[in-house]
Design a protein around this ligand. Structure first.
Ligand code: GCW
Length: 670
């Protein structure tokens, strides 16, 4: 295996050359002495091959193989049987490299792949072959037409501004470039909560603007999706009803879809949030979700479009005192009985956990249980409950844990396999992430939050990558650091999820955050509210009893093996204990600690770890560009304040409830 040393002084120079927006992992050019030439295999130009021609000089300023005066990269036809339509193989040639693929988009991915291999340590060596592990690899934007982003922490929307289309196509192109470089092939461009202005996106002038966005994305192999409002036939079409079984409603959607495809022939399809948190849906008309989704699917199917239908459906007006009702049960209760009843261009989109993107949740029981329905796993890249891109929280370890989780349905069916293999049409399955970018100059507000966007794409393309390897790749491409410093920075990332969990909600209990904003501590903030997320702490103990024996029976939604594991207190994993059981503070965990001592210890430790991050960050100061250094220095101050306030409130709260002191005698306010 040969290793190349690539000079990377060009890093900051390219930032200036291409504008601040390009300041990201793609800023690093592969460079050496000789000018590169490159060949595409045939003369046929497509939007994607034009992109490749435009990108080559940005990525590979100059390139040379040692001993060879000229360097080249050849793009050659590849074997579709082995590589599929998106995969690629990179090999070395006398004069440089060859990228083989069966399609232009595969060349595009191959080009980014080569760039990555040459700017990081290519442990794999050449030839290097890569084929994506999932078909749909998508970013969902919760962007509103007024420019705001629901749960966005990096400025306003790239797409919209004050109820107009921002129209900055160069910005969108740069964004598409970022996404394509990590293999993303789908973008949902508006919020799943579809307000009145966006309800009109499916008609009129908006479509021409959406077409422009879609064209830019398509040149990077990315398909465009729209969120639609289930009540659009009423709001836009002036019909009296949106009942999916009313022929005139179906006809309205058919005509609407036809107009969309006339304007945007390669339009991908709709995403629908129905009967959820105030959004309209089929339940209004006494219809079920298969009836709603299939009606839309018939219309979209005429043009090859899909309907991505979200399973985030639950009653958000619960009575806090009603212990029978359990929000965690909702998605499975509603959708499992419908397995096999959806048309083959419907895809159910399922959040990773049964509640809502908490720092720790069990895996949704729908994975593995749905066997005859196309499915997409939904993650949240934007840090809604995980620190608002103020606190560092690298989410790849959590995503990996979910994907590698063995559902124990059958022999060894992991979530990543279930998504693909239980979907009747494999090409209509995959993984989506709610995006974390906005108008902030570094895209993600927090510099280190870029690693989540990068990591999402890399992991969803290649499930075998470790969270550590992805973190290191991102660090190497984003900074010029020695090996030792690179390791220190990557270690901040890879430990940050555990640290965030340590100073926030303990043992899987969830939702002790401030209502509505979802940042900062408010232990009882949701306790007497309607959202169905309760911890039930009292003087004796804490946690939600979801067992069959004495609780809500949520545990029964899992496969037999997982059911027994979670149902039984003695086998339930510590980190999920309070999600499944209500236990006394003196209950002894597998770790050997009592619950109360675990709460105290993790909260004291969490704060200390943030202090350590601050020290490491200072030690990197001279090796970092000033912008990034200051960006995270400021955030680490906020993170420490946040961690201290969580620590003190959580510790005091549980001390007051339990009356049990910290066995190490540390400061707990009374
Ligand atoms: O997590 C919740 C968020 C809502 C979001 C919803 C969803 C878009 O707090 O802001 O709405 O999930 O996923 O639909």
């Amino acid at each position: 295996m040969r290793k190349r040393r690539i000079r990377n002084e060009a890093l900051w120079r390219t930032e200036i050359m291409h504008g601040r927006r390009d300041f990201c992992w793609l800023a690093k050019q592969v460079q050496n002495k000789n000018i590169i030439t490159y060949y595409l295999d045939d003369g046929k130009k497509t939007a994607v091959t034009e992109t490749i021609e435009r990108e080559m000089p940005l990525l590979f300023k100059e390139i040379r193989r040692s001993g060879s005066p000229d360097a080249s990269i050849a793009f050659l036809p590849g074997d579709e049987a082995a590589l599929g339509t998106e995969g690629y193989r990179i090999g070395e040639t006398e004069a440089g490299y060859k990228i083989e693929s069966a399609s232009p988009v595969g060349y595009l991915y191959g080009m980014y792949g080569l760039h990555r291999l040459l700017t990081t340590q290519n442990e794999a060596g050449f030839p290097y072959e890569s084929v994506p592990d999932q078909s749909i690899r998508m970013i969902d934007h919760w962007d509103n037409f007024d420019g705001s982003i629901e749960r966005g922490y990096a400025g306003e929307s790239l797409f919209y501004d004050h109820n107009t289309f921002r129209g900055d196509m160069e910005l969108i192109r740069q964004y598409a470039r970022l996404l394509a470089s990590v293999g993303i092939n789908g973008v949902l461009i508006n919020n799943v909560n579809v307000h009145r202005p966006e309800t009109f996106f499916v008609t009129g002038k908006a479509l021409a603007e959406i077409r422009k966005i879609s064209d830019v994305l398509a040149a990077y192999g990315i398909k465009t999706y729209l969120s639609v409002n289930f009540a659009a036939p009423i709001t836009v079409g002036q019909l009296k009803s949106a009942d999916p079984l009313e022929p005139e409603v179906a006809l309205w959607w058919e005509e609407t879809v036809k107009r969309i495809y006339e304007e945007i022939p390669d339009f991908a399809g709709f995403v629908v949030k129905a009967d959820s948190e105030g959004e309209p849906g089929p339940f209004t008309y006494g219809r079920n979700h298969d009836e709603g989704a299939n009606m839309l699917a018939r219309a979209a199917g005429l043009y090859g479009g899909v309907i991505i239908w979200r399973c985030f459906v639950y009653d958000c007006s619960q009575d806090w005192w009603n212990r029978e009702a359990d929000r965690a049960r909702a998605a499975y209760d509603i959708f499992e009985p419908l397995d096999g009843r959806f048309l083959d261009n419907v895809i159910l989109q399922i959040k990773n956990g049964p509640i809502d993107f908490q720092i720790r949740e069990p895996v949704s029981p729908l994975f593995g249980a749905l066997k005859k329905t196309n499915q997409i796993l939904e993650f949240q890249i934007t840090q809604e409950y995980t620190g608002h891109q103020r606190d560092i929280c690298y989410l790849v370890p959590m995503w990996k844990e979910t994907m590698d989780f063995d559902t124990k349905h059958g022999i060894g069916l992991t979530v990543k396999e279930a998504v693909r293999e239980n979907s009747p049409v494999c090409g209509r399955s995959g993984i989506a992430g709610v995006g974390n970018v906005g108008m902030d100059a570094n895209w993600t507000g927090s510099k280190l939050a870029q690693a989540n966007l990068y990591g999402f794409g890399r992991l969803v393309w290649n499930h075998e990558l470790s969270a550590e390897a992805i973190a290191e790749e991102w660090v190497r491409q984003s900074f010029c650091l020695t090996e030792e410093k690179c390791g220190k920075l990557a270690a901040i990332l890879t430990t940050s999820r555990d640290v965030y969990e340590a100073y926030t909600c303990p043992l899987g209990v969830g939702f002790m955050c401030k209502p509505a904003v979802h940042y900062g501590v408010d232990i009882d903030g949701y306790e007497y509210d309607r959202w169905g997320t309760y911890h039930y702490a009292d003087r004796d103990g804490v946690g939600r009893d979801r067992t069959v024996k004495t609780g809500t029976s949520y545990t029964r939604q899992y496969s037999d093996a997982r059911f027994s594991e979670y149902e039984d207190l003695s086998s339930c994993p510590d980190e999920l204990l309070l999600f499944f059981h209500h236990v006394p503070y003196t209950h002894v965990l597998h770790s050997g600690k009592t619950v109360i001592q675990h709460i105290y210890d993790t909260h004291f430790e969490g704060v200390e770890r943030v202090r350590e991050y601050q020290a490491v960050w200072e030690s990197l100061k001279d090796s970092l560009d000033e912008g990034s250094y200051l960006n995270m220095k400021e955030r680490l101050v906020w993170q420490l304040e946040n961690a201290v306030s969580w620590r003190d409130q959580v510790n005091t709260y549980f001390y007051r409830k339990s009356g049990i002191p910290d066995e190490k005698g540390r400061k707990i306010y009374q």
